[in-house]
Design a protein around this ligand. Sequence first.
Ligand code: CND
Ligand code: ZN
Length: 357
Amino acid sequence: MKAAVLRAPKTPLTIEQVEVDDPRANEVKVRVTHAGVCHSDYHIMVGDLPYPMPVVLGHEGAGVVEKVGEGVTRLAVSDHVALNFRPFCGHCKQCSTGHPNLCDNVELLRASCRLSQGGNPIAHFIGVSCFAEQTTVHESGAIKVSKDIPLDRVALVSCGVMTGVGAVLNTAKVMPGDTVAVVGVGGVGLNVIQGARLANASTIIAVDIHDNKLEMATTFGATHIVNSAKEDAIRRVREIVRGGVDYAFEAIGLPSTIEQIWGMIRKGGTAVVVGVAPAGSKVSISAYPISMEEKTLKGTLFGGARPSTDIPRYLEFYRNHQLRLDELITRHYPLEAINEAYAAMIRGDVARSVIDL
Ligand code: CND
Ligand code: ZN
């Protein structure tokens, strides 16, 4: 089968023939139909985060179950699935206290390297590797979804939508009337905005360095926009909401913008880091307000997802016109054009692109 392979950081992906194993016990083989172009893969491509190479990247995807291994009970051949980069065991402390996104056994469930080329192993990116025509994953790494929702939309929910909307609903638990700022309104940040709208936030301030992104943000529910390349974003946010916002989200992955969201929140407010910062990077925030203003800094992994319930739930929000997924897909690309799809993301041209496999 065809796959996009990364052989070394800072080199283009190459389209190659790769073998994929059949599913073993508790695994399924999925024919991938669509994969989203998410920034997390790009962190590996440019070497911000180390990863074994060669590797087939891609973690936001959807497809159809083609084969099931022994003991699989949750899925059957021809089921439509959202791929899930946080497979879960269901019985560790994290899973049994409602945090399967933090499953203690995730690495065991992902350990299965199922890709190779001429007998040489190819790394299976966070247990998904969906920049490929097929993939074999643990059964909890594929979440059954309704067959009447287009699979390109399903693909987006498997990372960007789940992460952004979940950051608001699961992690921050924004309440009606709360005020929100979102720094970085790409594929993930636009979904933080959608989540804030869904939670009935009263003020939703989008901050980005690209005017076209800020225009997109208004169509997804932003009530105010701030171009931080042209004005001081902290000052402007604190003018729009006197005293600072209740919640500020960072959806880029830069220490400097994590420091910005700390400066945007009010006394008692919460700064939520969604972006993935480069390995080894550090942030510097003022310590005094942690106690004296009761400020909180917290992170969110996969939007605090409970994948089996949240992914189908968010797809129902889409069906009921409460979440916009059609408008999120700016472009479709064939696998052969994947490097161009990433270049368009970095230029800021798109909300999200989808690779059709
Ligand atoms: P994408 O590249 O689509 O968006 C980034 C946005 O940030 C773009 O709109 C840029 O214009 C904007 N931007 C860049 N630099 C600045 C700046 N200095 N100030 C303001 N805006 C800026 O990326 P994405 O939305 O796919 O991903 C965003 C981050 O979220 C990235 O770090 C990704 O790895 C991370 C993420 C986290 C998780 C999680 O589980 N926490 C899951 N998926 C992705
Ligand atoms: Zn992602």
